[in-house]
Design a protein around this ligand. Sequence first.
Ligand code: ADP
Ligand code: TRP
Length: 321
Amino acid sequence: MRVLSGIQPSGRLHVGNYFGAMRQHLQLQAEHDCFYFIADYHALTSNPSPDDVVAHTLDVVMDYIALGLDTRKTIFWRQSDVPEVTELTWLLSCVTPVGLLQRCTSYKDKVSQGLSPNHGLFAYPVLQAADILLYNSELVPVGADQKQHIEVTRDIAIRFNNTYGEILTLPKEHIIESVAVVPGVDGRKMSKSYGNTIEIFEPEKSVKKKIMKIVTDSTPVENPKDPDKCNIFALLKLVASPEELAEWEDKYRTGGMGYGQAKKRLCELMTDYFEPFRQKRTELEHNIDHVKQVLANGAERARAVARETLEKARQAAGLRK
Ligand code: ADP
Ligand code: TRP
């Protein structure tokens, strides 16, 4: 099956990104024909500095490769290296009712968080639809927050096909639900925009500092505690073995355990979990040329597919001699 997903280059990736999305992206590689890209055109909708776009793109690429992206099998590229996607965006825009975009909640959410209400941000779902449709994607693994964008993509594809003939493949969404929302160190959803993240490749010392500051309630050491209401436990769930997790659950419910103890173990487990990938990450940092080569190869392979779909869409819409 053709699987496609994109991730915005908005900084170093965090543990929430890993358990909420990347891990599943990496697992899908074994059985499917995967297309993954760095959505740098999308990132421009929040007006980052040009230097940040460059640095963050490389960071995300290195994180993915270090964690196990198979660069020979999976097609991995930078969205803007295949500018055909912007042309398809235009063709799709011309069959997209404004009302459909007005119903998208992410625009309103982002504007209420302080992003500029620019046209790119409003048209963001059309560019996302073009990403998906350009590569004939069948399955799009995304977090629940992206469900509406996949529905919009299907809607736009149906309208295009009704107008011009059966050109575009309708994708199915594949909501990643295996992990609930990963909490950040302040208890809210872990997110770059809340500054409450633990980065995947953060130095051990700094991970420790953050984990030690995780907010807990004031239940005395000797009293029983509810693991389901504890942020430390929610993070332990991601990195502890089932046996060890069961032991911690027991300690919580029995009482006599201090949160400091659980935090200490969480630090160890969290750093151990990503330890096997650290060396690879460091090697990549010292070999940026290789990283750029991976992107260049990916772009070439992606572009071949993109050109074919775009050409069909152009012809169908009357952009022909
Ligand atoms: P952020 O909120 O840090 O800006 P993004 O919105 O760029 O993260 O998310 C990239 C991917 O990671 C999405 O598929 C999203 O569903 C997933 N993700 C982000 N934060 C979390 C979280 N705290 N828990 C689970 N999944 C998450
Ligand atoms: N909007 C997605 C996000 O913020 C990123 C994205 C862009 C995407 N284009 C895509 C995801 C195409 C899946 C398919 O997470």
